[in-house]
Design a protein around this ligand. Sequence first.
Ligand SMILES: [Zn+2]
Length: 303
Amino acid sequence: MNYLSIDIGGTAVKIALVNQSGYVLILDKYSVSFDNYETPILETVLKSIDVFIDENNIHDISGICVSATGQIDVNKGAVIGTGGNIKNYDGSKIKEELEKKYKLKTTVINDANAAVLGELFLGRAKGYKNIVMITIGTGVGGGIVVNGEVLNGRLGIGGEIGHLSINNEGEPCSCGNRGCYERYASMTALIKRVEEELCIKGINGKDIFDRIPTDENISDIVDSWIDDIANGLVSLVHIFNPEIILVGGAVSEQKELFIDKLREKVMRKVMPNFSLDLKVESAKLGNDAGLVGALYYYLKDGE
Ligand SMILES: [Zn+2]
């Protein structure tokens, strides 16, 4: 059986035909931000699905699974908050509109929660039942699996690790609070620190890591940034007692300069029993995690 798996992001929507084992058979990508969201994202998604089905001559779809950015009410399959500046997206009734148009059962889950399920299904967390995952990018995405089930919470918006406050007196956050984890642990935060402290402009994450071996100032800032990331994870380890911590985002490909250091800092700070067999690893599926996780959620919870 084949399914349509759709990953709605802030800049593009990925549409894939996947089989029931999670193998991606066909994948296309369409911009959703081409006119600065004047065309609502959901409208673009519906049009793009038609194009995808038509161009690839697809028949016999058994269901539609969606992973979407923003706060998603999993029961209604609707966007109930964006936490950002995406126009014409809040309130989108994704499940209702797709089911009405295609007459196929549709499930919708938040993209960070889908990512951890993708890693559980076919990625680095296969075989584990208690997982904490963070994805480091512009912000910090989070997904938590407890006893094999993703922690959706009452509405589906649970696991918002990026807004765990690690400093009450800290930097103001877009959510209205202060000192949120993503203000310290995101790639945006690292770049901001490097630019401010070293008076550099226009540096990116890759440049920063390339300069670590030869630039002591950069090396110190990155080390302190990894401390901040570790501090948040240590709190999460003490709450959830996971078997594995997964880290996604481009930076997670830096093994010696990042993952190994992060693991060492986390292990040093958690209470001894929590570190028994605890793994700290980079995520495996990269950009496909949402597509694969959306399918896992559909197959496990949606039917
Ligand atoms: Zn916040």
